[in-house]
Design a protein around this ligand. Structure first.
Ligand code: NAI
Length: 331
């Protein structure tokens, strides 16, 4: 079966080709992101393999259907970029990689927390410049602090376990209570209570219409002064303008982001000489207490291996007409 792989970076190709040594599928790699202008590239392919910033809205899905595509294999967990209702209407099968390394993302969230708190990024450049002064580098003990975790699924649980090791108090927000999280002392509270009690808030729920701009002006107003906000989930969970106001007023004391609501076409690309950065993102980068990484939380050797293996297993199962355990459908 012929598969068009979109948004391919050299590392994607390396891991997918390695996994394909045993699967033996016909993979064609495109650097382009899938969207209205590139959907024609899918002509003659039965499957497409896509990532987080490929755009699969109704018009692109119609284009895929016309091109002869039957199966969309997401090589990620989140599927907020796919219009699932349209996919179902068009009879397109969608599969994903539900879990590849929750540790990778949880560990990156901890890395953001520690770097922001102890200002590792400033300290490193100071020492390189020969400045050994400690002024402005004062941090706080993580031990004993209250951490609010929104979404206590696979990644939220890993984060809770790591922070339990630091001696933190854990507050959870989720409609389903996670037994392992409760075992290590997590207390489930309403969202509003978590906002007002947490020293650090970390987001780990999916982006859906009900979670879009979960962190808005009202939520920021309820937070403790000086709170640290971490988002390694999806950019759309945060209303960026609201958190910029929160940073300006000092309500938000630190912010660590691995995702941004307008990251499509920005993250994963080298924009060193690009002068047309969006103004909101440009403003974010001016705050000394904001640390941004470009959607790299998942980016570990173990995760890429698992993503490639599961994606190829999904593609193979589709061809074989077997059971598709990683199939997703419109809710
Ligand atoms: P999961 O499905 O195991 O857990 C998500 C949890 O969020 C579930 O327990 C669910 O009940 C909960 N949830 C749903 N709606 C909620 C709401 N309104 N309020 C609070 N909780 C809610 O998913 P997993 O694997 O833990 O991934 C979480 C998210 O992390 C993904 O949806 C994805 O967007 C993001 N992600 C980011 C990556 C990165 O590289 N930055 C990599 C992988 C995932």
């Amino acid at each position: 079966m012929k598969t068009a792989v979109f948004s391919t970076k050299p590392y994607d190709r390396e891991f997918l080709e390695q996994a394909n040594e045993s699967a033996g599928l016909e993979l064609t790699f495109f650097e382009a992101r899938l969207g209205p202008n590139t959907v024609k590239l899918a002509e003659g392919f039965e499957s497409v393999c896509v990532f987080v910033n490929d755009q699969l809205d109704a018009s692109v899905l119609i284009g895929l259907k016309k091109a002869g595509v039957k199966h969309i294999a997401l090589r990620c967990a989140g599927f907020n970029n796919v219009d699932m209702a349209s996919a179902e209407e068009l009879g397109l099968t969608v599969t994903r990689v539900p879990a590849y390394s929750p540790y990778a993302v949880a560990e990156h969230a901890v890395a953001l927390m520690l770097s922001l708190n102890r200002k590792i990024y400033w300290a490193h450049s100071r020492v390189r410049d020969g400045n050994y002064s400690l002024d402005g580098l004062l941090g706080f003990d993580l031990h004993g602090k209250t951490i609010g975790i929104v979404g206590t699924g696979k990644i939220g649980q890993c984060l809770a376990e790591a922070l339990h090791g630091f001696g933190c108090k854990l507050l959870g927000v989720d409609r389903y209570e996670n037994e392992r999280c409760k075992e290590i002392g997590m207390e489930y509270v309403p969202f509003e209570e978590m906002l007002s009690q947490s020293d650090i808030i970390s987001l780990h729920c999916p982006l859906m219409s009900e979670t879009h701009h979960l962190i808005n002006n009202e939520a920021v107003a309820r937070m403790k002064r000086g709170v640290m906000l971490i988002n390694t989930s999806r950019g759309g969970l945060i209303d960026t303008k609201a958190v910029i106001d929160g940073l300006k007023s000092g309500k938000i004391g630190y912010m660590g982001l691995d995702v941004y609501e307008e990251e499509e076409g920005l993250f994963f690309e080298d924009k060193t000489f690009e002068m047309r950065l969006d103004d909101v993102f440009a403003r974010l980068t001016t705050f000394p207490n904001v640390l941004i990484t470009g959607h790299q939380a998942y980016f570990t050797r173990e995760a890429l291996t698992r993503i490639a293996e599961t994606t190829l297993a999904n593609l193979t199962a589709f061809v074989a007409g077997g059971e598709l355990t990683n199939r997703i459908t419109a809710a």
